[in-house]
Design a protein around this ligand. Structure first.
Ligand code: PLP
Length: 452
């Protein structure tokens, strides 16, 4: 008989759970991103940088709930803040305004350059959805421009060209659906731009600017491909001069590229900013912040003269935004505790230092093993790319050896390093030098297996 793969041998309880899960949920999962081949590992508990699965195996966690856990798992101050909040309120949520909404809105406006006013949502998806509605309402135009390879959530409007197809340099990216079931009009209503390539992007914008109600992008593509600062600046100038609201989707980069986000790091201020992930301290959250003039469109008490005639003629004079759980006090208590820790002197610099140490260590291990590879990233996030040419956009990523990376990730999982396969590494304040050293030992064991 063929020997059983060690990972399958040591995760038998996960295998059993998965068999049951697959009966009750399509693919055995509640979000497609949780899919692993041949089955996902079921976790049981966590602490700091560590995850423990249902079979008792330990893993150094570099997925960190897709980057949300900037403090790692179970930070005592976050756990206490949530417990205290629940005790003080006597209920999880009132469904009325409360003090923490004001506190968090003020905090965001104080930290993030493009934020003057805020609305909360329950996810990053809802945040970009609401930001796009605000932008279209303000500009009175319907088309949206997004960038090839950029993800903004799982709804129709932005679920195009997240996956890239090879194209000749200088050719405009195609509008490609990323899901079954998307209405065809979505593709007609969406313009796709190339990231970090102003020469190709500008003529596309010139062709469509009269119909464009918003331009949205991840200022750092997929959280790890840094922008050319000049490219961001040109995009800012173009959108400002053509009256098109510019939206930075900082769901990944917010509170990971520093306290002021990518916009603070690169010195380019958007009209609207979508936030999520770290903001909720491990609980479901999203937020949109932006300039007062656009944000005020959502106010039911405004005088009603900002929109102009078009929208009124169609019967809507207020921009709709609602949600049963928006501004959940428990979530905001966790988020405020998280931000409080990140604001302490030297905290960010220390996570960035350990991130670079890990990157250099991994590159050395891979170089010794003769792999053509590099780490690409910024701040507390990076990815491992099996290619040695510069990586600046989704087209460059198509060159990398994904099959090799997939195999490596499988070995890493077996050695106890947890990642979303082929995805980025995120670090936290819980990833100290000892965790980095242990990771590199396990990483080297995984790489040696890959060499065989
Ligand atoms: N925007 C970006 C840049 C993201 O990375 C994500 C999630 O990964 C989203 C939006 C969607 O956020 P959520 O998964 O909270 O709906």
């Amino acid at each position: 008989a063929r020997p059983v793969h060690p990972l399958l041998e040591k995760t038998r309880r996960s295998a059993d759970l998965y068999e049951e899960a697959a009966h009750w949920m399509p693919g055995g999962i509640t979000a497609n991103i949780k899919h692993f081949h041949p089955y996902p590992v079921f976790m049981h508990s966590a602490s700091g940088a560590w995850l423990y699965d249902v079979d008792g195996n330990d893993y150094l966690d570099y997925n960190l709930c897709y980057g949300a856990l900037m403090l790692g798992h179970g930070h005592s101050r976050v756990m206490e803040a949530v417990q205290k909040q629940l005790e003080q309120m006597g209920t999880p949520i009132f469904g009325t305004p409360h003090r923490l909404e004001v506190e968090m809105a003020k905090k965001l406006a104080g930290l993030i350059p493009g934020v003057e006013a805020v609305r909360f949502t329950n996810s990053g998806t809802e945040a970009t959805l609401f930001a796009l509605r605000l932008a279209r309402a303000w500009s009175g135009k319907g088309k949206v421009a997004k960038f090839e390879g950029h993800y903004h959530g799982g709804y129709d409007r932005v679920l195009v060209s997240v996956t890239a197809e090879k194209r000749r340099k200088g050719m405009p990216p195609k509008v490609l659906p990323d899901s079954l079931g998307l209405p065809e009009e979505i593709q007609e209503q969406t313009v796709v731009l190339p990231f970090n390539d102003w020469e190709t992007a500008e003529p596309i914008l010139d062709r469509h600017h009269k119909e464009l109600g918003a331009v949205i992008l991840e200022p750092v593509q997929a959280g790890f491909i840094p922008p050319d600062p000049e490219f961001l600046q040109k995009l800012r100038e173009y959108t400002a001069s053509h009256g098109i609201p510019l939206i930075f989707d900082e769901v990944k980069t917010g509170f990971r590229m520093g306290l002021s986000g990518a916009q603070g790091r690169y010195g380019v201020t958007p009209d609207l900013t979508a936030l999520g992930k770290v903001l909720g301290g491990g609980f479901p959250v999203g937020a949109v912040g932006g300039c007062r003039e656009i944000m005020e469109l959502a106010s039911p008490v405004r005088s009603g003269d900002i929109l102009g005639g078009d929208q009124k003629a169609k019967g809507a004079d207020v921009l709709f935004h609602s949600g049963t759980y928006n501004g959940h006090p428990t979530v905001l208590a966790a988020g405020l505790a998280t931000i409080g820790i990140l604001e302490e002197e030297g905290v960010f610099a220390e996570v960035e230092r350990t991130t670079y140490k890990l990157r250099r260590g991994m590159e050395e291990v891979l170089r010794r093993a003769d792999f053509s590879v590099q780490t690409v990233g910024e701040g507390t996030i990076f990815n491992l790319i099996f290619d040695d040419q510069p990586v600046r956009d989704a087209q460059d990523l198509l060159r990398s050896d994904v099959a090799l990376r997939r195999r490596l990730d499988h070995y890493l999982l077996e050695k106890g390093i947890y990642l979303k396969p082929v995805n980025r590494f995120s670090l936290s304040t819980s990833h100290k030098d000892a965790e980095v050293a242990e990771t590199l030992t396990r990483f080297e064991a995984g790489v040696n297996q890959l060499k065989k």
